[in-house]
Design a protein around this ligand. Structure first.
Ligand code: PLP
Length: 429
């Protein structure tokens, strides 16, 4: 390559590398190397785990990068820098859980007398936090259908300080149009937060679409191996970040160094994994589509997905690893289905290399009022599948095979008695 086309080589006569602290341009590179690549002869390639509560200070009052690990810690800070760099934002704030991040976000925006607008189709723990913990503190919440930007606009009141949407929403995968809702919240005095847990910034970039802050359960795709619980908030707003950091320190819910270190390793492969999860999810969704045991297969990559145009506009490079199936035979069919799975495991989470099945009505959304569950499409037969990194053919065989079993079980329950009775009559005859 000639010096004029090599981006690392200057055109001066004395060729010279770009400075070691150059900012790599693309998100996947930043996820691997951070904003400032590690340099130094003999330096560890991986950021070390700084396991410790406190830090040496040489004299009272002197500025110190880290003083106490409830406020900040070097390993956590390394993760935060990469998470922020991944979406062209300030260093993120990492939390002990996704719900700790949601709680800090809520308390940063809302005091007694204030009002929040939250997507009705949100993770059950989010609904519980606003309905059962914040309501008694005098913070009112309207749960609205966030797939309708006009419904969000109508719900905004003079005291609305936070609009929190989840897209795709958990577990029925309805989408919210982030740009349209940002147009509504802009200038309203309310902050727009997007729970981007289901897709991550590898697929969807809410801050580019006008959101003020993104929220993550890093427990899921970001850490990606079902090994930790964690959360994160990402923003480009310096004042908001300072307020969030103050609340995190005051409430005591920062992520632990070892969990942050594991999350950091997960982040490095996030872009690649999201591609693989998305491809495998599409194969599973197509294979399950039309199965007689199913009332619906919901996946934004399917042609019959109700908000297909928005999915194509808002997602890039795939639609994530969640496929939701609705068994026509209700709870009995869902139970027969999950019992028959051999590769897929029934468990309460998503986003890792192992494929999981979750029954939202009895698991993740058990605390959501039944009417709100019904209104957001959570039927007794709904099963959420988080597609992992097993061979997709094994997943298709396992899932379609279990659907066959569920179909037979329900069919026998409905028609079995009648055919047995008919059989007895025939035998007697
Ligand atoms: N947001 C979404 C979309 C989730 O699915 C979850 C957990 O399932 C959370 C937030 C809360 O995260 P955590 O379980 O890490 O507290």
């Amino acid at each position: 390559m000639s010096s004029s086309t090599d981006p690392f080589v200057s055109s001066q006569s004395q060729p010279e590398r770009k400075p070691a602290n150059m900012h790599p341009a693309r998100a996947a590179t930043r996820a691997v190397h951070g904003r400032v690549p590690r340099r130094g002869h003999g330096a560890p390639l991986l950021a070390p785990i700084v396991q410790g509560a406190t830090f040496v200070q040489e004299e009272p009052g002197a500025a110190c990068a880290h003083t106490y690990s409830r406020a900040s810690n070097p390993t956590v800070a390394e993760l935060e820098d990469r998470l922020g760099a991944f979406e062209d934002a300030l260093p993120a704030l990492a939390f002990a859980s996704g719900l700790a991040a949601t709680q800090v976000l809520a308390l940063a925006c809302l005091s007694a007398g204030d009002h929040a607008v939250v997507g009705a189709a949100s993770y059950g723990g989010t609904v519980r936090l606003f309905a059962q913990i914040l309501a008694p503190l005098g913070i009112r919440t309207s749960f609205v259908d966030a797939s309708d930007a006009r419904a969000v606009a109508t719900a905004i009141e003079p005291r609305t300080r936070l609009v929190l949407i989840e897209t795709p929403a958990n577990p029925a995968l309805s989408l919210a149009d982030i740009a349209a809702i940002a147009a509504v919240t802009r200038g309203s005095g309310a902050l727009l937060a997007v729970d981007n847990t289901f897709l991550t910034a590898a697929i969807q970039r809410p801050l580019d679409l006008g959101a003020d802050v993104t929220l993550y359960s890093t427990t899921k795709w970001i850490e990606g191996h079902h090994a930790t619980i964690g959360g994160a908030l990402v923003t480009r707003d310096e004042a908001l970040r300072t307020r969030l950091a103050f609340l995190r320190k005051s409430l005591g819910c920062i992520q632990a160094p070892f969990d942050a270190w594991l999350t950091l390793q997960g982040l490095k492969t996030l872009a690649l994994r999201m591609e693989a999860h998305s491809e495998a999810a599409l194969r599973v969704a197509r294979a399950a589509h039309g199965h007689p045991a199913l009332a619906r297969v919901i996946y934004p990559g399917l042609d019959d997905f109700p908000q297909r145009a928005l999915a194509l506009r808002q997602h890039r490079g795939g639609h994530g690893g969640i496929v939701t199936v609705d068994l026509a035979g209700g709870r009995a069919a869902a139970t027969a289905f999950v019992r028959a799975l051999r590769v897929v495991t029934l468990a309460e989470s998503l986003g890792g290399v192992e494929t999981l099945a979750t029954h939202p009505e009895t698991m993740t959304h058990g605390d959501v009022p039944p009417a709100q569950r019904a209104a957001t499409g959570i039927t007794p037969g709904l099963v959420r599948l988080s597609i992992g990194l097993e061979d997709p053919e094994d997943l298709v065989d396992d899932i379609v095979g279990a659907l066959d079993v569920a179909h037979d079980v329900v069919h026998d329950a409905v028609y079995g008695a009648a055919s047995t009775a008919a059989g007895e009559v025939t035998n007697v005859g």
